[in-house]
Design a protein around this ligand. Structure first.
Ligand code: ADQ
Length: 493
């Protein structure tokens, strides 16, 4: 088998790193957008260097997907590796993506089981689509390739690949939390989903919390059949004579690019404009996809409470809440948008006074430079998800904060708290009083403390960036596991 650095990499994710839109005046009839984001910037150089390929859904339903091959061939040549589409029908997209992935797994794995819609028809579509992905991968993968599958949409792909006789090394990375047993076991399809995860060779989790929850589930589901041993930084599960590695790999951002982009003249000018617009007030910033896991409603309540509890904040602070439209085809998300807009209206109605408006609410995806300018201009970032796999916004805020004077208020239930919690103000997002007090503390924090905390946060974000993350996962995926493992979990942990 070739050495780790030379093995070809096949990356698989629900979506390709591009979005295609119909454009009759473009060659092939399609226009490509996107290609930004941490995952793309981390994996693009790896795929180019090793030779490789990205397999995923192109975002168009099968009925529309004529002439796609020519467009993807041109894009593949431009990007430096092959883009291979998986076709989905409109019905599959609805039941697999909107249904099972986002109405079942997403809420349940974020501990919000009451929001899950366990509709029986969704799981069949999930299996069908995972089978489709496996069929495409099986046509493309050689035994020496590393196949790296991303996220909760594709948990069952490895099992399908094994049944097709694929012997390549299979890595799975979960970008969301893994829940504790009392929540996971509520899933009606817990047996096939758990078995699906065990079909991979390496399972990557964002935090030790998630890995340990997985092991706790394994102990309940597999009981005496399970052996857990520690080896290097990994844990090895032996189930039915097969070994599965478990690793903790906190995803980072492309920190150097963020710093560079934050320092440009354009970003600096926009930052100045934002600061001038609030006329000397402090800016508190929230940036999230509009999702119930992000705790936006609870955050707005905490801000209202802060204005009541700490009246000195009035006329002195503005909360800028940027909400990026997300999953708007799911009713739960449309209802949440209405509730958030209602709350913003209520709070502004209650407190607006002599030209001071406490909340600026933005509901759209901002251009990158504007997003960076908001990060730079904000005195305090208020990042309070109810639960989050990692939360990259917290890291992006630190990387972009070139003057080192910003304060990070961070939910203890964001995966990022494991790395950043020591230098952030950590809060329980359900504790309205506690968050209100943290807002007041963040706004009053002395300069010397702000700078010391932010310097440490930036150092952590810079050291553990997205390239470090991708490299750690790929190394763990390619390591030869010794036949006999010396330390058992009981002895070693
Ligand atoms: P998300 O739930 O999407 O990711 P997050 O990690 O915060 O959450 O990433 C959001 C991304 O969207 C960030 O890169 C951010 O810059 C971008 N973004 C946010 N607001 C924007 C705006 N207004 N305009 C443009 N871009 C905006 C999932 C998991 C997370 C995990 C990541 C990566 O839910 O827990 O950290 O995957 O593994």
């Amino acid at each position: 088998m070739p050495d780790q650095p030379t093995r070809r990499l096949i990356t698989v994710s629900n979506r390709l790193p591009i979005v295609l839109r119909r454009a009759p005046d473009h060659p092939g009839g399609w226009r490509a957008e996107g290609g930004a984001g941490g995952l793309v910037s981390a994996l693009t150089p790896v795929l180019r260097a090793r030779g490789g390929e990205w397999i995923g859904w192109a975002g168009t339903v099968e009925e529309d997907a004529v002439d796609l091959d020519q467009t993807l061939a041109v894009l593949s040549a431009e990007i430096g590796f092959t883009l291979t589409p998986v076709a989905l029908t409109a019905d599959q997209r609805d039941k697999f993506y909107l249904g099972f992935s986002n109405e079942v797994i997403w809420p349940l794995f974020h501990d919000l089981q009451s929001r899950a819609n366990f509709a029986p028809s969704y799981f069949a579509a999930y299996e069908e689509v995972n089978r489709r992905f496996a069929a495409v991968i099986a046509r493309r993968a050689d035994p020496d390739d590393l196949v790296w599958v991303h996220d909760y949409h594709l948990i069952n792909t490895a099992q399908e690949l094994r049944s097709l006789g694929v012997t390549s090394s299979l890595i799975f990375f979960l970008h969301i939390p893994f829940p504790p047993p009392d929540i996971f076991l509520k899933l009606p399809w817990r047996a096939p989903i758990f078995a699906g995860m065990l079909a991979y060779d390496l399972l990557g989790f964002l935090t030790a919390r998630d890995r340990d929850n997985f092991i706790a589930c394994a102990q309940q589901i597999l009981a005496s059949e399970l052996v857990v041993e520690s080896w290097d930084d990994l844990l090895i599960l032996t189930v039915d004579g097969r070994q599965v590695r478990l690793g903790v790999f906190p995803i980072g951002i492309d920190a150097a690019s963020f710093e560079r982009a934050a320092a440009t003249r354009e970003t600096t000018d926009l930052t100045r404009q934002l600061r001038m617009a609030v006329d000397g007030q402090q800016i508190i910033l929230g940036v999230d996809r509009l999702d119930y896991t992000k705790g936006i409603e609870q955050r707005l309540e905490a801000f209202r409470h802060a204005l009541q509890r700490h009246p000195e904040l009035r006329h002195r602070v503005t909360l800028v809440q940027i909400a990026v439209p997300s999953r708007t085809d799911i009713p739960e998300y449309r209802n949440l948008k209405q509730r958030i807009e209602g709350l913003v209206g209520e709070i502004n109605g209650e407190f607006t006074h002599l030209g001071w408006v406490p909340i600026q609410y933005i509901y759209r995806s901002l251009p990158f430079t504007e997003l960076l300018a908001h990060f730079r201009a904000a005195d305090v970032a208020l990042i309070t998800p109810l639960k989050d796999g990692m939360n990259l916004v917290a890291k992006e805020y630190c990387a972009a904060h070139l003057d080192q004077q910003g304060v990070l208020i961070l939910s203890e239930f964001a995966g990022a708290a494991a790395q950043l919690g020591a230098h952030a103000l950590t809060v329980n997002p359900y504790d309205i009083d506690g968050v209100a007090d943290a807002i007041s503390e963040g706004c009053r924090m002395p300069l010397i403390e702000r700078v010391a905390r932010m310097a440490a946060l930036r150092e952590s974000v810079r050291t553990h960036d997205v390239f470090w993350w991708a490299d750690s996962v790929l190394r763990a995926g390619a390591l030869p596991v010794p036949g006999t493992l010396a330390t058992t979990l009981d002895e070693g942990e």
